[in-house]
Design a protein. Structure first.
Length: 65
């Protein structure tokens, strides 16, 4: 969920930077938005890895009986 907040905050900073012609603020917004995207990808990878571990555990439990 934090990634969506970071992306939204980044877009808002970029818009404010455009309106005020503040390149530093616009660049800061781009960085915030990119950070939010990275968090989203990291969470997706974490979820996929957890699902794979659960599948292996289920398979091993099934083979024990």
């Amino acid at each position: 969920m934090g990634e969506n907040i970071d992306k939204a905050k980044g877009r808002a900073k970029q818009a404010a930077g455009d309106l005020t012609d503040d390149k530093d603020l616009k660049n800061e917004g781009k960085a915030d938005e990119a950070g939010g995207k990275v968090k989203g990808v990291a969470n997706d990878v974490k979820d996929t890895a957890g699902d794979a571990v659960d599948a292996v555990k289920d398979e091993l439990d099934g083979n024990k009986h």
